[in-house]
Design a protein around this ligand. Structure first.
Ligand code: PLP
Length: 393
């Protein structure tokens, strides 16, 4: 049954009502900027200067924004993170991987690996929904599959290389640590010393559109790709050694999603402008962009978590405060309030995509609070939620 319609007064509504966890809101400013400059990039050959320059700007932007150590490469390809899982099954995992499965996305990569005939069955470490899992060093594992932010549940993971500290420099006895950063990348800080591959799509914290995967890769990761590409067959579209060669030429194997790329560059440059070396806040170094962006998401999420903690009909779904994501906030409602009704009414009022991940059977709301979100809009959101609860309970 549809809930009775409720009109939320305009003065309470957020300026931008797109609260999806991916695709997430793309700022109007970025879209206007794209329209203004589109002629230079869209409908242009990706083998010519303009698009290559855009790819180069993206790669350089990532180096500064994420403070990548020397020797790291920025690889790109079509297909998004889902496609990159397939590429890792071909060119990343040598024999056996370990997967921390604590939600839909982390579990999906493990499924890909289970079905790969050339790999051993993966080791899977599972956690209950709403909690994180911890990697364990294992001598027969050559690839650790970690997830920075489990978008389905709003659980944040600590990113650290499993194994003894003394092994760390060598990547725990040559094993690679790979992080699915798809919804975390751009909104949560991490340390490149703790990982070899940090990969993501651009329609979440980067406030762009879908279509591309990005992988930030250490020299050890590149060496693994080259070794495996020399030893066993991989289709060109999944061949990461080939993706690396293309990255050196500011190219992508085939025609890239150029508007997505443009919006991603816009995000990086926007964050650098605010937090980087020439940032509005004085004294920032070149790599201040991520710090600034992460702080903005932290601020937004704290508003919502605090509100939920004080509310008598809602509470944070993730019980451990240290595991609460700053970019994807999940809120569990008490039995007398239906999250599905709240989501439906919010949608009628222009506040969209607040439903929980489609496969979770829980009375939850979920909000994407990526850096592009103005924290003032989260304040507004809490007012809207209270307004509805007063009328529904
Ligand atoms: C969204 C998401 C994916 C899938 O991204 P696609 O671009 O749709 O392939 C993978 N992992 C995580 C953590 C995600 O949030």
């Amino acid at each position: 049954m549809l809930p009775k319609p409720i009109t939320i007064p305009k003065r309470l509504l957020p300026k931008d009502g797109r609260f999806g966890s991916g695709p997430s809101l793309v700022p109007d400013e970025a879209l206007k900027n794209l329209a203004k400059n589109a002629h230079r990039y869209m409908g242009n050959s990706h083998r010519k200067e303009n698009v290559k320059e855009l790819i180069g700007r993206f790669q350089e932007g990532c180096r500064d924004f994420f403070s990548l150590p020397d020797g790291w490469a920025v690889l790109l390809g079509n297909g998004g993170a889902t496609f990159f899982w397939d590429a890792l099954a071909f060119c990343g995992i040598e024999k056996k991987s370990q997967h921390l499965c604590f939600g839909e996305f982390s579990a999906r990569f493990a499924e890909v690996v289970k079905d790969a005939p050339h790999l051993e069955p993966p080791q899977i470490i599972e956690a209950e929904l709403g909690m994180g899992a911890v990697a364990e060093a294992a001598s027969d594992v050559d690839f650790y599959a970690l997830t920075h932010n489990e978008t389905s549940t709003g659980v944040l993971a600590d990113i650290s290389r499993p194994g003894k500290t003394s092994d760390k420099a060598s990547g725990a006895g040559g094993a690679l640590a790979a992080v699915d950063g798809t919804s975390g990348a751009g909104g949560i800080e991490w340390d490149p010393a703790e990982t070899d591959i940090y990969y993501f799509s651009l329609q979440k914290a980067f406030a762009a559109d879908g279509g591309l995967w990005v992988a930030l890769c250490s020299p050890a990761a590149i060496a693994r790709f080259q070794k495996l590409a020399g030893e066993r067959w991989a289709p060109n579209s999944l061949n990461l050694a080939l993706a690396y060669e293309n990255s050196l030429k500011q190219q992508i194997l085939n025609t890239p999603a150029v508007a997505t790329l443009y919006l991603a560059v816009h995000f990086l440059e926007w964050a650098q402008e605010n937090g980087g070396e020439n940032g509005k806040e004085k004294g920032k170094d070149k790599s201040g962009g991520l710090k600034w962006a992460a702080e903005r998401s932290r601020k937004s999420s704290q508003i919502l978590y605090h509100w939920a903690e004080k509310s008598d009909w809602a509470e944070p779904f993730v019980k451990d405060p240290a595991a609460r994501s700053p970019v994807v906030v999940t809120i569990e409602l008490s039995e007398n309030v239906s999250a599905a009704d709240i989501s439906a009414i919010l949608r009628e009022n222009g506040v969209v995509d607040t439903d929980p991940y489609r496969k979770l059977d829980k009375n939850l709301l979920r909000f994407g609070l990526f850096p592009s979100r103005d924290p003032a809009d989260v304040e507004a959101l809490t007012k809207c939620l209270d307004y509805l609860a007063d009328r529904l309970t």
